[in-house]
Ligand binder design. Structure first.
Ligand SMILES: [Zn+2]
Length: 42
């Protein structure tokens, strides 16, 4: 049986839906875009 740690290890890395850059430890409220693409000034 897969442990909870292994489960998270096997999750695909989140990538920005706009530029494809890896997203690291972001809250779900950011959606699927990185900080750069989610920046309010852009
Ligand atoms: Zn991006």
């Amino acid at each position: 049986m897969m442990s909870i740690v292994e489960f998270f290890k096997n999750l695909p890395r989140k990538q920005c839906a706009s530029c494809g850059h890896d997203i690291e430890e972001q809250a779900d409220c950011y959606g699927n875009v990185c900080d750069d693409c989610n920046h309010p000034a852009r």
